[in-house]
Design a protein around this ligand. Structure first.
Ligand code: GLN
Length: 507
């Protein structure tokens, strides 16, 4: 029996990871054809500012190798599947900038473990994607790197409305997946940087439990929070990608968990019949945009129709997650970024008088404003006399936030709520107001501080005049190591609805 020809009815770039896997293995399309098509799209959609590096020859060579394996009957799980990486992962064959002038043009001698794991599963790398400098930001406006096809540094644009931000810090990843420039991308999430841009661009993304994915080769922001995860069009696609990304890496990341790689697709056939969904009242308070409230509530009702049970719960310290995160993350960042001193790698100032002057000038030139702000905050909260007052207090409250989740999980199986208080805002709207950016992280920070897995799935669009048509995601948070359950919970919703299939006009 021949497989149904998916390509007869759809454009190549409309196919997600699962559909492409079938098409590639049934030889309805070759990896080279697919890569060529998507590289051309990356060029024609350069206005989005999503890519910061493309290396056609590298990509096509990987694609040819994939086609060879397929023709020899040696295809691996993701053989020939195109993927693009957030430019916070170091890569041997593409630049690794972390969105910073400090690393402009930097070439790494090795691939990050996540990149290597995906390549091991057969993926073909399309290029590197824009992000906020060192992953610090919520709008991708903090990148200092020129996107492919641009003479100057430009903001990444949201494909649903190019006057708006795509979210951040994995803004390039979200924009590229939404605009059908790639079926899949990697992202990283320290305080929401996979979930929030996924929500703002109408794609699906998951941050696994802390320690699931190796941090080796991920340029460090806040080491106790940083996690990698996939962004794609559906929960099913994310499950396939996450299975390839994760796994222990004890020699290179001491915080990677000693748990074998898992098949996160294993629960996809399940139902949500009887699933207890906890709905935290603190996620639906004042300040939540009415579009987000309406759409999230409708999604919860949809879950009820599918057989889930909604349970009101409380996460009483939700609000405290903002001050706690904005002490801990800068503290860790100030320490991690001390390695950029102009000595071993990265930018070094041209003119200086002595060593101290070289450090000073290098760092003054290499880091952007938001990064400097965080280094100053971090250094302050760690300094003698303030450590106890800020950092230690923040650590204590972090523990209480984690405990609140454990109390909640006694009553429910997963937690659901909004990802962000609003839809994607306009480019420039909050760029002069760091605190306004920080406050918008309120719903993603708690799971990050607790190290829990969390995801975002598209559940609707804004209807109000001001924000009409902008996508809205819903957040699902699971207990530790419950990624498979989260993904199956999202998959059930996507089997019953088609929000995840909607695409921006012109794509
Ligand atoms: N918006 C948050 C910050 O600016 C989260 C960033 C992230 O998850 N990398 O720190």
């Amino acid at each position: 029996m021949t497989a149904p020809n998916l390509l007869a009815t759809q454009d190549l770039h409309d196919l997600g990871v699962h559909a492409l896997q079938q098409a590639l293995q049934h030889k309805q399309v070759s990896a080279v054809e697919l890569a060529t098509h998507l590289l051309a799209r990356a060029r024609t959609h350069a206005n989005l500012g999503a890519y910061v590096d493309l290396q056609e020859n590298v990509t096509l060579e990987q694609a040819r190798a994939a086609d060879n394996r397929i023709s020899r009957g040696e295809a691996r799980l993701l053989e020939g599947i195109p993927i693009a990486h957030k430019d916070i992962f170091v890569t041997r064959d593409f630049v690794s900038t972390a969105g910073s002038r400090m690393l402009d043009g930097y070439l790494s001698p090795f691939d990050a473990t996540v990149v290597a794991n995906l390549a091991q599963a057969g993926t073909v790398t399309l290029g590197k994607l824009n992000c906020d400098e060192f992953a610090m930001g919520s709008s991708n406006e903090n990148s200092a790197i020129r996107a492919v096809g641009h003479e100057r540094v430009v903001p990444v644009r949201n494909p649903w409305n190019t006057e708006r931000i795509p979210g951040g810090s994995s803004g390039g990843s979200a924009a590229a997946v939404a605009a059908r420039l790639t079926p899949a991308a990697t992202g990283t999430d320290t305080g929401g940087s996979i979930r929030q841009p996924a929500s703002f661009c109408g794609v699906t993304g998951i941050k696994p439990s802390y320690g699931r994915a190796s941090r080796y080769g991920m340029v460090a922001f806040a080491s106790s929070l940083d996690q990698a995860g996939p962004m794609a069009r559906s929960a099913q696609d994310c499950a396939m990608l996450l299975s390839a990304m994760c796994g222990p890496d004890p020699d290179r990341d001491s915080t990677s968990l000693d748990r074998p790689a898992e098949d996160f697709t294993r629960e996809l056939g399940g139902t949500v019949e009887g699933l207890r969904i906890g709905v935290p009242k603190e996620f639906f308070g004042e300040g939540l945009a009415s579009d987000v409230r309406t759409v999230t509530e409708a999604a919860l009702t949809q879950y009820e129709k599918l057989g889930a049970i909604l349970i009101p719960i409380s996460l009483p310290r939700t609000e405290l997650s903002i001050p706690v995160y904005y002490i801990i993350a800068p503290a860790e960042a100030s320490s991690n970024l001390s390695r950029f001193d102009g000595v071993k790698f990265g930018h070094r100032s041209d003119k200086y008088t002595d060593l101290a002057d070289m450090y000073r000038k290098t760092r003054a030139e290499g880091f952007g404003d938001e990064v400097k702000r965080r280094i100053m905050i971090g250094t302050y909260v760690l300094s003698h006399g303030y450590y106890d007052a800020y950092y230690l207090q923040a650590q204590k409250i972090r523990r209480m936030i984690a405990d609140d989740f454990q109390n909640a999980f006694r009553q429910c199986d997963v937690i659901a709520g909004p990802v962000a208080p609003s839809v994607a805002w306009k480019i420039g709207e909050k760029s002069d107001d760091p605190v306004a950016n920080y406050l918008a992280d309120i719903f993603t920070l708690p799971a990050s501080l607790a190290g829990l897995p969390g995801m975002s799935l598209p559940v609707g669009f804004a209807q109000s005049e001001a924000d009409k048509g902008m996508p809205i995601g819903m957040q699902l948070i699971g207990n530790y190591f419950e990624e498979a359950r989260l993904l199956s919970t999202a998959h059930c919703f996507q089997q019953a609805t088609d929000f995840h299939l909607a695409k921006p006009a012109g794509h």
